[in-house]
Design a protein around this ligand. Structure first.
Ligand SMILES: [Zn+2]
Length: 154
């Protein structure tokens, strides 16, 4: 089993204080095998984490959290930054064109722009399940569930 935290915000997100280096140190201290620094609308933190992870024995998955026109989508395993403000479907296409994986973070949390508040009929690769309201999706056999929760290091 691989232990990964797929949704960590760094200082480049504008809403967290951890630098990529601090996040990597913390992740390795708690025994994670991999992390994805998924900042709001930028890959900067992710790219720095990728560089700084060399020799640390921890895998960094390139990522970002996109603000689409209907809510947030986390893109994992992408190579290039994707623009904010596209529709969810356009955003999914961009992610899949880059062979990335699309995860819906905090799907039902309105104040954090949860995508499923506005849009239910959408094909995603996974959803976060340790956020409020998501037991519905796991019970009804929705998309692959990710036992993750957004992490903000402050
Ligand atoms: Zn979000």
């Amino acid at each position: 089993m691989i232990r990964i935290d797929p949704h960590i915000h760094s200082v480049y997100s504008g809403d967290a204080r951890g630098t990529p280096r601090e996040i990597l140190r913390r992740a390795s201290a708690v025994g994670l095998d991999a992390v994805a620094v998924a900042d709001h609308n930028t890959m900067k933190g992710s790219i720095i984490a990728l560089k700084e992870s060399r020799g640390m024995g921890i895998t960094v998955v390139p990522a970002m959290e996109l603000s689409t026109s209907a809510g947030h989508i986390v893109a994992l395993g992408i190579q290039e930054e994707i623009s904010r403000g596209l529709t969810p479907v356009e955003t999914l296409d961009e992610i899949h064109d880059q062979d990335g994986v699309a995860i819906i973070p905090h799907p039902f949390v309105r104040y954090r722009q949860g995508l499923f508040v506005n849009e239910r009929n959408i094909r995603v690769d996974g959803i976060e399940t340790l956020t409020p309201g998501t037991s519905w999706a796991t019970r009804t056999g929705g998309p692959g569930s990710l036992q993750g929760k957004e992490a903000y290091q402050r």
